[in-house]
Design a protein around this ligand. Structure first.
Ligand code: DAH
Length: 370
């Protein structure tokens, strides 16, 4: 059977001419007609009906427009001894219609869905539309952008292991065994003599021992510390620079830092070197950059100090030069190391460290709990 123009479906959905019966035999006739009518409708191939038409079928046979309710009400006109049988027959028909019509409507819906997918079928040979694939994380972007000015300043960009021997991470850098940086709460000890590097300064030792002098190297990479709170995360990135040559002084360090930050921010920025202590440099200083949100006025980003601490620097400690096989009477050097997150935050105007890790479900859950 093919459908049926719109007209013939609505013919099939018409209500019986007789509204109610008053005897069993009349009722039987109504029931047979209704069953036959429903049979004709549900034998229409489902693909030929729209979802709206399928809905009409449901409403007509099992919903609001079904005559069965009226039939049940008309039972009171029946001879008393026929009422029970008549009621049972109507209920049987009702159960039959509900099962069959429901099945039919579901099949219609599935067919409509399938037809829709067919219509929208993607032609895989067409070129892809431009997809928004997201972008690199600001800290990754910053790490790469920070290396560029250093390349231009003549630094060779090198790499070093993240899984590091204690020697390179500590001893070679004049951090003795009792130094607090080695304590369990700071360092991830992986195996005897092996740690996850706690800073990129370990690359300095590799460079001096493996490349020899003169040296002008930079590196950026992941570092690890066993700490997690609102301002510290266990995995972060640092950038490190090392110059060793004859006659290197603090003046070289200062001018390199000035040139570096001017390139990073695209304009000259105010730097402040604050006297400090690091085992691997002497003298040592903290590097502060004037807050680029408030330009020294004081704001939330700089905790109202006007300055942001970026990292440390200094002249390479003669002990470090010597333990890396460099004659400290002939050579001197400077080094600096900084947290890439901090520079990224300042460069991109990000006020809260945590927003860098919001996409990291595990990390953000930990931070939210604290
Ligand atoms: N390694 C230090 C840290 O992680 C930062 C640092 C300080 C690096 C002074 C240096 C330096 O190269 O000279 O806190």
């Amino acid at each position: 059977m093919t459908l049926p123009s719109e007209h013939s479906l609505s013919d099939l959905l018409e209500l019986p001419h007789t509204a109610a019966a008053s005897s069993l035999s009349e009722l039987q006739k109504l029931i047979d007609d209704e069953r036959a009518r429903c049979g004709s409708v549900i034998s229409i191939p489902v693909a030929q009906l729209s979802e709206a038409q399928a809905d009409d079928v449901r409403v007509r046979f099992t919903g609001r427009k079904s005559p069965l309710q009226d039939w049940l009400r008309s039972l009171r006109n029946f001879p008393a001894e026929e009422r029970k049988e008549a009621g049972a027959k109507i209920n049987q028909l009702k159960a039959f219609l509900e099962v069959e019509v429901e099945k039919f409507v579901l099949e219609c819906r599935a067919a409509a869905e399938k037809a829709k997918l067919e219509r929208e079928k993607v032609d895989l040979s067409l070129p892809l539309p431009e997809l928004a694939m997201g972008s690199r994380h600001p800290v990754s972007v910053a790490a790469q952008q920070l290396l560029e000015p250093l390349r231009r300043l003549g630094f060779t960009v090198i790499d070093g292991p993240e899984l590091e021997r204690e020697f390179y991470n500590f001893e070679a850098l004049n951090i003795p065994a009792e130094h607090p940086a080695r304590e369990m709460q700071d360092t991830f000890f992986v195996a005897s003599q092996w740690v996850l590097r706690t800073h990129t300064s370990s690359v300095q030792a590799h460079a001096m021992l493996e490349r020899g002098v003169p040296l002008r190297v930079a590196c950026a990479g992941f570092t690890y510390r066993n700490e997690l709170d609102l301002t510290h995360v266990p995995t972060f990135r640092q950038i490190e620079c090392l110059v060793v040559d004859k006659g290197i002084t603090l003046a070289h360090m200062r001018s390199t830092l000035d040139a570096f930050f001017a390139e990073v921010f695209g304009r000259p920025v105010k730097l402040r070197l604050r006297s400090s202590y690091f085992p691997f440099t002497e003298p040592s200083a903290e590097i502060d950059v004037q807050c680029q949100q408030c330009f020294g006025e004081g704001c939330r980003s700089c905790k109202h100090t006007g300055w942001l601490e970026m990292g440390g620097c200094g002249l390479v400690n003669v002990r470090v030069l010597e333990s890396c096989g460099i004659d400290s009477k002939v050579y001197s050097g400077f080094a600096f190391g900084m947290g890439v997150d901090r520079i990224a935050m300042s460069k991109f105007g990000i006020a809260d460290l945590r927003s860098l890790y919001e996409g990291d479900v595990l990390m953000s859950r930990h931070l939210a709990l604290r």
